[in-house]
Design a protein around this ligand. Structure first.
Ligand code: NAD
Length: 295
């Protein structure tokens, strides 16, 4: 039977690809509500579905930081119910903690954490009353382990993990499944869209030289990690599809097929230090052993 899917953050990246795939499903199993904060950005999505899918795709305005906008989108779902909710909207923030402004830090929490929670608040009551539903959340390796120069982003994504795990315990009593789709680096606009302190930025002038050097090494490491390991959105969409089609969906899916190696380390060596040391070596040494920060 037809499943109604609502996805947040569909103007680009993972949300866009997932919306396109589900709306062009050969079996026409899905009615997709692709939502985005700014409808002026809907062109890319429309071009990707090539205008062929009028009956399986609807585009709605929804800013996850605005509860009224979430309610309005919910009330425009013609079927009157959402079977599959995908909380995907998210933003990044990268740079030394000391230079982050309060507004930028709050914005990351507003979108990634409160945006996800507010979306859930709007759609859970109906799923609960029907004793049916599937919530999927785009998770991140940054929600599973810390990453230097990503303190606020990781805090927001760790928080999402905690919220989802807590909810899943309750929601199993309602036959509602919760699935986190844990992504490593993905080729999207995420890196372009994220707020990043650029090396020449004047906010870095007051920063101590060791942090600055380590930040530059981190950026190099990041660039290499992305080049070597980034997945395409199609790979991520396959994992979403697996989860969506499963009669007993898992709580966590890893888009690389397995948990990141350092997560295993973190979970087996419970004093926490081993992970911190290894991640430090991995980030600051392995990528470029010739140039150390000997300050
Ligand atoms: P992206 O920047 O292309 O997509 C994020 C989308 O969220 C954008 O379309 C953006 O407009 C939207 N968004 C931002 N603020 C919003 C708001 N207030 N209301 C509604 N929508 C809003 O990047 P992406 O990689 O497709 O990101 C999707 C999700 O994947 C994010 O939650 C991100 O944290 C997660 N993720 C991405 C990567 C990666 O490397 N790209 C890795 C791990 C996790």
């Amino acid at each position: 039977s037809l499943k109604v899917v609502l996805i947040t953050g569909c103007s680009s990246g993972i949300g866009l690809s997932l919306a396109v795939r589900l709306a062009s499903d050969p079996e026409k199993n899905y009615k997709v509500y692709a939502t985005m904060r700014n409808l002026e950005k809907k062109q890319r999505l429309l071009e990707s579905v090539k205008g062929l899918h009028k009956e399986t795709l609807d585009i709605l305005q929804m800013d996850v930081t605005d509860p009224l906008s979430i309610q309005r989108a919910r009330d425009r779902v013609q079927e009157g119910q959402v079977d599959i909710l995908v909380c995907n909207a998210g933003v990044g923030l990268m740079g030394p903690l000391e230079v982050q402004g309060p507004e930028e830090m709050r914005r990351v929490m507003e979108v990634n954490l409160f945006g996800t929670l507010q979306t859930l608040q709007a759609f859970l009551p109906d799923m609960k009353s029907r004793r049916e539903g599937h919530v999927l959340v785009t998770g991140s390796n940054g929600g599973l382990h810390g990453l230097p120069f990503n303190e606020v982003y990781c805090a927001s994504k760790f928080a999402v993990e905690g919220a989802c795990e807590s909810l899943a315990i309750l929601l199993q009593q309602f036959n509602i499944h919760v699935s986190l789709i844990e992504c490593g680096p993905v080729n999207t606009d995420f890196l372009i869209n994220l707020q990043k302190t650029e090396p020449g930025d004047s906010s870095l002038d007051a920063l101590d030289p060791l942090t600055l050097c380590l930040y530059q090494r981190f950026l190099m490491h990041c660039g290499m990690a992305f080049q070597n390991a980034a997945q395409d959105t199609e790979d991520i969409v396959k994992v979403f599809l697996d989860a969506i089609r499963s009669p007993e969906p898992a709580f966590r899916y890893y888009t690389n097929g397995t948990a990141p190696p350092l997560v295993k380390l973190k979970n087996t060596k419970v004093d926490g230090l081993e992970y911190i040391r290894e991640m430090g070596k991995h980030t600051f040494l392995q990528s470029n052993p010739g140039h150390l920060c000997l300050l």
